[in-house]
Design a protein around this ligand. Structure first.
Ligand code: ZN
Length: 140
């Protein structure tokens, strides 16, 4: 006779066998944290008008992508952290590659990657927020 934790383990193991089980891969493709199949977002990151709009529910398992009102407001801190990291990395690379160039070169090499990466930055901030602070564990 199985206890409930064994059944939970079995269902998780089965789910990982079916879906490949890679949390990182599911996060990379912005998939549902529960089934790792349904898309979190309505469109792609290159659709500049709608890149940040979430589906209300997972089309595969029905998990709601909005655990509570205002849930994703904290994701702006992830967005900020990644933005600062891009600033620091590209600023340092500019200093090394161009041997301390004029200020306008720093502006170009820092702001262009930051602006171009903004859609992915915003989307992955929401993905991280939902995966690590959402209620997907209780939904399974
Ligand atoms: Zn799902």
């Amino acid at each position: 006779m199985k206890n409930s934790s064994q059944e939970v383990f079995d269902s998780e193991a089965r789910r990982q066998l079916v879906n490949g089980g890679s949390k990182f891969k599911a996060m990379l493709h912005c998939k549902c944290p529960v089934c790792k199949e349904g898309d979190m977002f309505r469109s792609t990151a290159t659709d500049l008008g709608n890149f940040n709009e979430l589906n209300k529910k997972c089309k595969e398992c029905g998990y709601g992508f909005m655990p509570e009102p205002g849930f994703y407001q904290i994701s702006m801190f992830f967005t900020y952290m990644v933005g600062v990291a891009i600033f620091v990395v590209f600023g340092f690379l500019t200093y090394l590659v161009f041997n301390d160039p004029p200020l306008w070169v720093y502006y170009a090499t820092i702001f262009i990657p930051t602006i171009l990466s903004a859609p992915w930055n915003l989307r992955y901030s929401k993905v991280v927020m939902l995966y690590y602070f959402g209620d997907s564990e209780s939904f399974k």
